[in-house]
Design a binder for this molecule. Structure first.
Ligand code: SF4
Length: 64
């Protein structure tokens, strides 16, 4: 599974790195959230999907 963050839609709420820090990262530079895993391992896919479903601006897209 892969995940993508729409950089324009992310409002840096901090939810995705909290729910799934192995896949999403938010640094102090003011940049939008970044996906740090190219191919999401099986054991992190539920958390990554939960982050996508919980994103307040629907900025995260996942695809198999
Ligand atoms: Fe950005 Fe959505 Fe992640 Fe919040 S949950 S930091 S808005 S991508």
């Amino acid at each position: 599974m892969k995940a993508y963050v729409n950089q324009k839609a992310c409002i840096r709420c901090g939810l995705c790195p909290t729910l799934c820090p192995e896949v999403f990262s938010l640094d102090d530079s003011g940049s939008p959230a970044q996906v740090i895993t190219d191919d999401i391992p099986q054991e992190q896919q539920i958390a990554a999907k939960a982050a996508a479903d919980s994103c307040p601006t629907q900025a995260i897209r996942t695809e198999l």
